[in-house]
Design a protein around this ligand. Structure first.
Ligand code: NDP
Length: 439
């Protein structure tokens, strides 16, 4: 911490993992003997670079680009790219650190990384987005490769941005290779990758409830976010017989008590890229609450009564006050589609009140798992059908749940999936680091 001051989100992510590891570290002195903790919190490599691009007025603009290659003990680096004005090194490091354990939990051979830029795609023209992505790739291309580091999307990076970056990578290297995932279906993408994080999150929640003899059927659910993860969480919730009644973006939230209209939401956010306030023009009976009207210190999404909450927007979007309100209103399950959406206070509350809690690194691992399925298809020059990919995703989410559950039981805390996921994810990486010597 002394050598990396001010990286608040990174410390938060590290603290959560390290506290969970205590029972394992007590039982297995080898991790201390090989100094694993000190090694695992330092990235193998972090790259910070200048991204210069020209806006539509002919003015030169500058942003900062990042790629943190955190850990390659079990496979090549893998993790998304985030374009958002809030991006800084601490945020990329928290995401990269989480990614190590998430990727390990999938059971697939992928190491942990994350990257991005403080570039704000909002309000930019198509040409500006393209020129930024191209300039970003000019530097990034020097550090990635299909067996080295394979970035994907995250906040602000979807199919369009992946396309511009892939085109530039090809131009720079003359190689058509699976260097990015989330590619278009005509040029190496996998069916069901777009849907995978949201679908996987719902499969994970269903596993939690099935274990307790319950299911999502007929349950009212709240969802935050209106991007990739939120959208396909909402779609899959309907398929499971649940009723998703909320969504949100950075300007406000929608409460539609009859259920969010998936088609309208997709048209507004994914296709037209407009604000959520447009939704009430199509569904006049829904309620729109602008951000400025949220009660201070709370996220209005969590004031809506529900059985299950699916935070799917961003980090620290569900705090202690929010969880207290959710609980009072009957909520019993929080399943994290976003990365680190719950604050430490909210997590403590969930655990002490014996709520069902699907922690991000397990619950949202379906996206990266399906990215690895995209890599497998690229490497073998095959193309699997949507049901084939979806069924693999379904079984990966079940095996992640089973592993996290079994590990929680092994360490005397049955059902604490945060502890189970952290220990199981860590153990495989740490053992691999020991096998590979002092590197
Ligand atoms: P998108 O960019 O597609 O959507 C993000 C959504 O969250 C948008 O609705 C956005 O609002 C909203 N949002 C973003 N930042 C804020 C903020 N600071 N305050 C309020 N709302 C905000 O991203 P994704 O759906 O891909 O990612 C959502 C979360 O899921 C992130 O935590 C990401 O790390 C995580 N995740 C994503 C995976 C993936 O495969 N895409 C995989 C695993 C985790 P607006 O529309 O106004 O911008």
């Amino acid at each position: 911490i002394q050598s990396t001051p001010g990286q608040t989100e990174f410390y938060q992510a590290v603290e959560e993992v390290l506290i969970s590891l205590e029972p394992l570290l007590r039982a297995e002195p080898k991790y201390d003997q090989y100094n694993i903790l000190e090694r695992i919190v330092i990235p193998e490599r972090q790259i910070l670079f200048r991204v210069v691009w020209m806006d539509d007025q002919g003015k030169i603009q500058t942003n900062i680009g990042y790629r943190v290659q955190f850990n390659s003990a079990i496979g090549p680096y893998k993790g998304g790219l985030r374009f958002h004005p809030s991006v800084n090194l601490g945020i990329i490091k928290f995401l990269g650190f989480e990614q190590i354990f998430k990727n390990s939990l999938t059971g697939l051979a992928i190491g942990g990384a994350k990257g991005g830029s403080n570039f704000d795609p909002k309000g930019k023209s198509e040409g500006e987005i393209m020129r930024f992505c191209q300039s970003f790739m000019v530097e990034l291309s020097k550090h990635i490769g299909e067996t080295k580091d394979i970035p994907a999307g995250d906040i602000g990076v979807g199919g369009r941005e992946i396309g511009y970056m892939f085109g530039e990578y090809k131009r720079l290297t003359s190689r058509f290779e699976g260097v990015l995932t989330g590619k278009g279906l005509n040029w190496g993408g996998s069916l069901a990758r777009t849907e995978a994080t949201g679908y996987g999150s719902v499969y994970f929640a269903e596993n939690i409830l099935n274990k307790a003899g319950d299911s999502l059927k007929d349950k009212i659910c709240t969802v935050s976010g209106a991007g990739n993860v939120a959208l396909y969480t909402i779609q899959k919730l309907y398929e499971m017989g649940a009723l998703p009644v909320t969504c949100s973006d950075s300007k406000g939230m929608i409460y539609d008590k009859n259920g969010i209209d998936f088609t309208a939401l997709k048209a507004i956010k994914e296709v037209a890229r407009k604000d959520l306030s447009e939704y009430i023009k199509i569904r006049p009976n829904a309620v729109y609450i602008p951000l400025s009207d949220y009660p201070q210190g709370t996220n209005a999404v969590w004031s809506i009564p529900c059985f299950a909450a699916f935070p799917s927007a961003t980090q620290n979007e569900l705090n202690l006050t929010d969880i207290q309100i959710l609980y009072k209103n009957g909520c019993r399950l929080v399943n994290e589609g976003a990365n680190m959406p719950s604050t430490p206070g909210a997590i403590d509350f969930m655990i002490s009140h014996k709520m069902f809690y699907g922690p991000a690194k397990a619950a949202n691992a379906g996206g990266v798992a399906t990215s690895q399925l995209e890599m497998s298809q690229n490497a073998s020059m095959q193309k699997w059908t949507f049901p084939e990919v979806d069924s693999k995703l379904h079984s990966i989410m079940k095996s992640i749940f089973d592993l996290a559950y079994a590990t929680s039981k092994e360490f005397g805390n049955e059902g604490n999936l945060m502890l189970g996921a952290n220990i199981a994810g860590f153990r495989k990486v740490a053992d691999s680091m020991i096998d590979q010597g002092a590197v």
